[in-house]
Design a protein around this ligand. Structure first.
Ligand code: GLU
Length: 443
């Protein structure tokens, strides 16, 4: 058995009942083998065994009081997975599905993603099974304050820097930052995704979606085309989906679908992004409300976005949203490129179907790295107490996304997997982290 297989078996056996984490291990470890064959020193140093074992895993109680006066209890998590190349960095997810398996898969992916950005950030992730949907502002604030009252002792601007993810946006980051500052009596860049008036970076809100489209644009360039006139299917209607849609439309794409957990909208003329922003960012409403804004649009309850024919697909909802059926539909409909805005959007079998069907596919850890990259730029600005202009940050984001694409496609080619951006991203992300771990000794 080769080293990556041995490590995969070992890691899977010691993390029982963690299917999402197993999936991430299964997607990543085998692709590293060609690199490991060239570098036997990593097996001698048990780098994979160390890499798959989080440096620290924190689980805590989050008690809070709802608007009726009832005491509620949720569970909080922070997995500090790897700090070889920088402080732990990664978002917080508030969603009822959150459990250790999901946080571990996200934190593990984050190690590779953050390495690919070229910025000095380790990998971490956290969150809670708290469901912000339907909660009042005051309930969300009390929850965030309680969450931070425990989390604060584990984080710091040079230790671990959380940010947003599903269910955590500017409002939640603001409440958590306020509570952190109050407890420690220090104003530091301990979170990213902050408001612009207290250390946030321009472009952070747009970064994941914009970065995703910058990456997809490079992919289309490789295929000898561009976004102009391309039917683009987007799933989700959160922060990533909205700004992916906005940038794709700016580049001439026709965004035909967006969705939430209830269903999807189809607008053959191209979705009106301002309307979606109004619904999601102002009203905190449901995507079906789009029908109030546009004639000729349709709403399909519980439908699958990928059944709508498209040239480019940008999954921006959540993990495993493209399964074998969805992948087969995309191939059948002649989709040319899939770039993941959500983390691990595609199941392993579905990745095989896309790649086998000639679709150029970029995994989330490369394609959605723009969000955390601008978080890295926010940390840099906080450290030097400066604020850069929108154009400065946007330009840096474009450069980062382009160099990630070049890096992963060249790495894939170098290791005999031309066009396989999964292998390219995994090896390129691993290379730097593994080298840092080796040089730092047995820690
Ligand atoms: N949650 C985002 C991600 O998956 C952003 C993390 C961050 O900015 O730290 O990469």
């Amino acid at each position: 058995m080769n080293y990556s297989k041995k490590a995969l078996k070992w890691a899977t056996e010691r993390s029982r009942n963690q299917p999402e984490f197993h999936q991430a291990l299964m997607e990543i470890l085998p692709t590293l083998q060609p690199f490991l064959d060239e570098h036997p020193e990593y097996e001698r140093a048990s780098i994979l065994e160390r890499l798959v074992e989080p440096e620290r895993q924190i689980i805590f109680r989050v008690p809070w009081v709802d608007d009726t006066g009832a005491v509620r209890v949720n569970r909080g998590y922070r997995v500090e997975f790897n700090s070889a190349i920088g402080p732990y960095k990664g978002g917080l997810r508030f969603h009822p599905s959150v459990c250790m398996s999901i946080i571990k898969f996200l934190a593990f992916e984050q190690i590779f993603k953050n390495s690919l950005t070229g910025l000095p950030m380790g990998g971490g992730k956290g969150g809670s099974d708290f469901n912000p949907k339907g909660k009042s502002d005051n309930e969300v604030m009390r929850f965030c304050q309680s969450f931070m009252t425990e989390l604060h002792r584990h984080i710091g601007s040079n230790t671990d820097v959380p940010a947003g993810d599903i269910g955590v946006g500017g409002r939640e980051v603001g409440y958590m930052f306020g509570q952190y500052k109050r407890i420690v009596n220090r104003f530091t860049g301990v979170l990213t995704g902050k408001g612009l008036s207290f250390g946030g970076s321009l472009v952070r809100t747009e970064a994941t979606g914009y970065g995703l489209v910058y990456m997809a644009d490079k992919m289309l360039e490789t295929l000898g085309t561009d976004f102009d006139g391309k039917a683009t299917a987007i799933s989700g209607a959160g922060n990533v989906a909205i700004y992916a849609a906005e940038k794709a439309a700016q580049l001439g794409a026709r965004v035909v679908t967006m969705s939430d957990s209830d269903g999807y909208i189809y607008d053959p003329k191209g979705i009106d992004i301002a309307a979606v922003k109004q619904i999601k960012e102002q009203r905190r409403g449901r995507i079906r409300e789009y029908l109030e804004y546009r004639e000729g649009a349709q709403y399909v309850e519980k439908g699958l976005v990928w059944s709508v024919p498209c040239d480019v697909a940008l999954p921006c909802a959540t993990q495993n949203e493209i399964d074998e059926h969805g992948a087969a539909l995309l191939v059948q409909n002649g989709c040319a490129a899939v770039a993941e805005g959500s983390n691990m959007s595609t199941t392993i079998k579905a990745i095989g179907i896309l790649q086998g069907g000639g679709v150029l596919y970029a995994p989330g850890k490369a394609a959605n790295a723009g969000g955390v990259a601008v978080s890295g730029l926010e940390m840099a600005q906080n450290n030097v107490r400066q604020t850069w202009t929108f154009d400065d940050v946007d330009k840096k984001l474009q450069d980062i996304m382009r160099s990630i694409y070049t890096n992963i496609s060249e790495t894939a080619e170098r290791y005999g997997a031309k066009g396989n951006l999964v292998a390219g991203a995994n090896i390129a992300g691993f290379e730097k982290v593994a080298q840092a771990m080796l040089q730092q000794g047995i820690v």
